[in-house]
Design a protein around this ligand. Sequence first.
Ligand code: FES
Ligand SMILES: [Fe+2]
Length: 365
Amino acid sequence: MRSSNGQRGLTPKLSIDPNVFTLERERVFASHWQLIGFENSIVEQGQFFRSSFNGSEVVCIRDKRDRVRVFQNVCRHRGTLLCEEASGCFKTAMTCKYHGWKYGFDGSLVSAPNMLDTAEFEKEKYGLHEIRCATWQGLIFCNASNTAKDLSTFLAPLDSVATRYRLKELQIASTIHYDIDANWKLLFQNFNECYHCPSVHPQLTPLTNYRDAENDFESGPILGGPMKIREGAETISHDGRLCGTISSGLNDLDQNAARYYTIFPSWFLSLFPDYVMIHQLSPVAFNKTRIRCDFLFNPITVNSKDFDSSKVSQFWDETNRQDWEMCERVQIGLTTPDFEPSPYSNLESLLVAFDDYYKSHISEK
Ligand code: FES
Ligand SMILES: [Fe+2]
C-alpha cells in the first residue's frame, strides 16, 4: 500500500473561497479535457444535447458529415439561449426563437431575417462559436485550450481497460442527476478513498473489503484501480448478483473486481463485471457541483426481456447520496475559523496524489 507520508489535506480556503473557484476556471479547468456527454446520444444528423462546459452552456450536435460538433449554446444576435430542450433532433437548422436566426449543424449562420441591409453585417462572421471537442471510446470531451495535448494521448493509460470492458459499445440504461452543495474537489477526494466505506456505506461491506484496493495509477490526472469483489458475490448490487451479462474480453481480475478511477477534473469511471458507471461532474460554484451519473450495459443486456437496471442504479443512488451528504458536511465544516486538516491516513494516499496534481496547476506558474 502506498503511504500518505503524513501529508495533510488541502488548505480549507481552496474549497470555500469563490475567488479560488474563479482562478480554477483559468488554471485548472481550461487546460484539461472535460467530459460533456455520450456519442450514442446523438446518432442521427441534427440530433443534439445540451451540456455545460467550463461554466458555459453548450450544445453538442451531429453535423451533416456525421461529425460531433460542440458550440456555445447562445445566439450571436443578442445572446439568447439557443436550444432550450435538454436533447432532441433538429430537422434542418438550429433556429433562435427570438428573431428567427437560423444556424446550420456546422454552426454557420444560414439566414438572419431583415439583416441584409444592416451596415457592418456579414453573415459569415456570425456563426456559432465552436469549442474544441474530441471523442474517446464513445465519450465526448471538450477543451478550452488549443495547446492541451490530444485527448487520445491524455487518456491512453485507460485504453486497455476501456477496450476490455467494450466501453464504446455500451448503452446508457439509466441516468440520475444530483445537485450537491459541495466543492468539486471534496467529491474527488471522497471518491479516491474507501476509508469511509465501513461507516458510510454498510451495504458495501458484504461485497468488497475496503482495505483491498489496489492502484493502477497513483499519481497524475488519472488515479485508482481494482478492488476485489468478495467470494460469493458476483458484482456490486443490492444482493451481489449480476444485473447484466459479463462482456467477453474481461480478464480474470476484471470478472472478480470493481475498478474505480477518477479522471481529473471532471469524471469518475467505475467498471464492474456486468456494467459501467460514469459520474460526470460540472462545478457550478465554489460550493455547488452538479453530477450526472449514468449506468451503461452491453447491448445484449439492454435488449433482454427481464433486464432491470434499477437493481444497480438504486444501490448506487443510495451510495451516492451517502457520499454527497458527507461531502456537504465537510463543505460546512471547512468554514470553521482556524480549522486545519490532520495528516492523511495511508488509506488516503490517492488524496495526496490528487492534491499534489491540483496544486501543481493552481499555483502561480
Ligand atoms: S437573439 Fe437570436 S435571433 Fe435575436
Ligand atoms: Fe463513498
